[in-house]
Design a protein around this ligand. Structure first.
Ligand SMILES: [Fe+2]
Length: 296
């Protein structure tokens, strides 16, 4: 299935991970081995939701690293519209440049959540807040490093997996082998679709490095974020060792029915569907987030 993707395991980007303790998110700086160009994958903007306060400590850590290393940011990539943290992409873009990219099905996500949050017509549902909308098989470059995308829906309709040489960023399509997989019950999510998307990732070469978007340290182990296709195929507790689609869907749907909403889903969606921008200021120059009552 992946034969049509331009896989090049001989390109070996340098990957630096940043773990955000507040949201269990891993952000990455990926550097072209042959130039100073880099991409940032899934950056975080901090929020103290109880206080309604935004800050940028996580993003500043990434900015400091990029400046120290003398890197040039070409891309700010979102693997999907996250429901558990706010994107730091516009803040990084304002400091370092780069283009913000997400999957083209962002339009579906904007449509669904535009309705849930009762946004007016000024909220565009065409993905125009982003600089690039990726579709399955699209290619792009980080400096000289050739990269491609795979559409991997299921967790959300807009989920994309990004492969850069021998490094693949799965977003929430997979977790570490002992973490299994992400939920598939958000609007537009689907367990059977997620299973098919995971098979696409597992069809990449066995020694492809896989980088996760989240890790929760199951069973008390230290936080980890890197594995390989081979390891996931053998050991993933939800899809490894040849587990059937039927079993996966049954398990996933039963598990999802018991999960609470992510703590930051309400602010995250309102910001991330706008490419990480806060909603526009009101006539007094103040910014607000909404809480839809019984809307989710
Ligand atoms: Fe997610």
């Amino acid at each position: 299935m992946t034969q049509s993707y331009p896989i090049d395991m001989s390109s070996k980007p340098e990957v630096k991970a940043f773990f955000d303790e507040a949201t269990w998110t891993i952000s990455y700086v990926v550097k072209d081995p042959n130039s100073s160009a880099c991409a940032v994958v899934d950056s975080v903007m901090d929020i103290d939701y109880a206080a309604g306060r935004i800050s940028y400590d996580s993003a500043d850590e990434i900015i400091d690293y990029i400046k120290e290393q003398g890197l040039t940011v070409e891309w700010l990539l979102e693997t999907h519209v996250h429901a558990d943290h706010l994107s730091g992409a516009p803040y990084l873009q304002s400091k370092l440049g780069g283009k913000i990219g997400i999957g083209e099905n962002i339009t579906m996500v904007q449509d669904v959540f535009g309705k849930i949050f009762n946004e007016g017509t000024e909220f565009q549902r065409d993905g125009s807040q982003f600089d690039r909308l990726f579709k399955d098989g699209d290619t792009y470059k980080i400096g000289e490093l050739e990269c491609f995308t795979m559409h991997t829906p299921g967790h959300t309709p807009a989920c994309m997996t990004h492969t850069m040489g021998n490094a693949t960023f799965t977003g929430d399509t997979l977790f570490m082998p002992d973490g299994g997989s992400a939920r598939a019950d958000f609007p537009g999510g689907d367990a059977a679709t997620l299973y098919d998307s995971i098979q696409k990732v597992l069809a990449l070469p066995e020694d492809m490095r896989l980088f996760m978007c989240h890790d929760y340290g199951p069973n008390g182990r230290d936080i980890a974020w890197e594995t390989t296709v081979g390891d996931e195929k053998l050991h993933n507790i939800h899809v490894g060792a040849g587990k059937s689609k039927e079993d996966f869907v049954k398990f996933r749907e039963e598990r999802d029915a018991q999960l609470a909403m992510p703590r930051l889903i309400i602010p995250s969606l309102q910001v991330n569907m706008r490419a990480g921008e806060l909603p526009p200021e009101d006539k007094d120059g103040k910014t607000f987030l909404k809480v839809p009552i019984n809307g989710l």
